[in-house]
Ligand binder design. Structure first.
Ligand SMILES: Nc1ncnc2c1ncn2[C@@H]1O[C@H](COP(=O)(O)OP(=O)(O)O)[C@@H](O)[C@H]1O
Ligand SMILES: O=C(CO)[C@@H](O)[C@H](O)COP(=O)(O)O
Length: 462
């Protein structure tokens, strides 16, 4: 009888539960349940979606691991009750606190060296500082601080005293030290004013507990580390994810520190490192365009593909909710180049080109840091289901784009970690890689050039 394992992706928009064969990753079942929209969410919403999508699968699997959206601030009181709704990665209210903490650390370069990142509002420590300054009673009540996937793993533990996380999730908090490869409690005290209980950072291959029914728990991981593990990402490869967030990442043997803040020096889920560039606005740019034009995904793609490259001079700067990369939390979206001749097709095309130009900026930042020019990318995420992405991405990026078969690669990575924990071996199971289709196109560098002109000429919202 083959062993089955469960990989979960508790992402911004939904909980995805993937049951696979532990031996080779063959998909057995996939369930998905939506999360509420917003930038702060009560963790009970994640519990509810997990209970519907993932919990019914537990009786059929030997191990489970949870990948999840990173950085969310989950505060528990002394009785392990949730203190307030979690501030998520996409909440920008702690922008002033990020600036304060960077100054206290000695500037962006020191922030990158000490924490792995030039702090931005997404990073958990800035949210803790915000809590201390704006909700002192809640800060006072906070006894434990977890991240979203830690919280869900903890809820599965038979021993409720056991709090675990992994390097990849910890490295996105702002109080993880790449030098120590572990917590730097001085940094969390700097943010919150005290040292709360933090989860134990367990090894990538570790069995990090078990459920009351004896199902082995992996430590879980941040969603991007999970996707990299799910696709067996190797140094020299670049993975782009077009989900709620827009991500470009690669694997490195040593931690990176980017003083410009365009790349964060996170850890991965194999014991190595994951240089990563993450935008706040990605697939939601297309959601915005769909709502603006009153069309569905299919029609939006048709409109975009009916317009020429460059959208007849229409350029969207997609910083709709502010932007994280580049760090412009007060920016807003801008449609540039509108004329009386601008059509819905031009606006649809500009939305896709904006999403992909912001990814091109991320790839450029990775190349600068790794000193290795990217010549092709793997691309995943919900927006890759659009035929317009398949055609426009290689043109805007100026390189071939490989699309693994439509799959939930964050959940696949979590399942691979679960199979790893089940195996007790030093290396993760070697699963066959999914089939992929490669898309190429005539490069359209003028599109990226026009985008960068608008990006650099546009003032932030005051
Ligand atoms: N055919 C499509 N065209 C454009 N966008 C799509 C399409 N299918 C899904 N999406 C978008 O993909 C996003 C979800 O992608 P996903 O990678 O699951 O996000 P996350 O993991 O961040 O929750 C949603 O914003 C959704 O609107
Ligand atoms: O902030 C980051 C990584 O630093 C995002 O990747 C979040 O982890 C949200 O991921 P998705 O919901 O877009 O998958």
């Amino acid at each position: 009888m083959t062993d089955l394992v469960l990989g979960v992706d508790s992402s911004t928009q939904s909980c995805k539960a993937l049951v696979v064969d532990a031996a080779d990753g063959t998909i057995v079942d996939l369930q998905q349940v939506a999360h509420p929209d917003g930038t702060e969410v009560d963790p009970s919403a994640w519990d509810k979606a997990f209970a519907e999508a993932a919990a019914p699968q537990l009786s059929r699997v030997k191990a489970v691991a949870i990948g999840g959206q990173q950085h969310g601030m989950v505060c528990l009181d002394a009785e392990d009750r949730v203190v307030r709704p979690a501030l998520l990665w996409n909440d920008t209210r702690s922008a002033p606190q990020a600036a304060e903490l960077i100054a206290e650390l000695g500037g962006p370069e020191e922030s990158a060296r000490r924490t792995g990142s030039v702090l931005v509002p997404s990073i958990t420590s800035t949210k803790l500082r915000w809590l201390a300054e704006n909700e002192p009673e809640n800060a006072q009540r906070t006894a434990t601080v977890l991240l979203p996937h830690d919280y869900l793993t903890w809820k599965l533990q038979a021993d409720s005293r056991r709090l675990v996380t992994d390097r990849s999730e910890a490295s996105g908090t702002g109080y993880f030290s790449p030098q120590l490869d572990g917590w730097d409690t001085e940094l969390v005290e700097m943010a919150l004013g005290k040292v709360p209980r933090l989860p134990e950072i367990v090894a990538p291959e570790a069995a990090a507990g078990e459920t009351a029914a004896g199902v082995i728990l992996g430590a879980g991981m941040g969603d991007n580390a999970a996707a990299a593990l799910g696709l067996d990402l190797q140094p020299g490869q670049v993975l782009v994810s077009l989900g709620t967030s827009g991500v470009a990442s690669t694997v490195a043997e040593a931690p990176v520190a980017d003083p410009t803040g365009m790349v964060a020096g996170f850890a991965d889920a194999t014991g190595r490192w994951l240089p990563i560039s993450v935008t706040l606005n990605c697939a939601r740019i297309l959601q915005f365009a769909r709502r603006l034009l009153g069309v569905d995904n299919d029609r939006l793609a048709e409109l975009a593909l009916a317009a020429p490259a460059g959208a007849n001079g229409t350029v969207l700067l997609p910083y709709l909710d502010g932007e994280r990369t580049p760090n412009r939390p007060n920016a807003r979206g801008t449609l540039h180049g509108l004329t009386t001749a601008t059509t819905p097709e031009d606006i649809a095309r500009a939305a896709f080109e904006a999403m992909l130009c912001s990814v091109a900026d991320e790839i450029q930042a990775l190349d600068r840091l790794t000193a290795r020019p990217t010549t092709s990318v793997m691309m995943i995420g919900g927006a890759t289901r659009s035929p317009a992405v398949k055609e426009i991405a290689p043109a805007v990026l100026g390189m071939s784009v490989s699309l693994p078969a439509d799959g939930e690669y964050v959940a696949r990575g979590a399942a691979r970690q679960a199979a790893w924990a089940l195996s007790g071996k030093a290396e993760p199971p070697q699963w066959p890689q999914p089939d992929s289709e490669t898309h190429t196109a005539q490069a359209t560098p003028e599109v990226l050039q026009a985008y960068r002109q608008v990006r650099d000429l546009t003032e932030d919202w005051t």
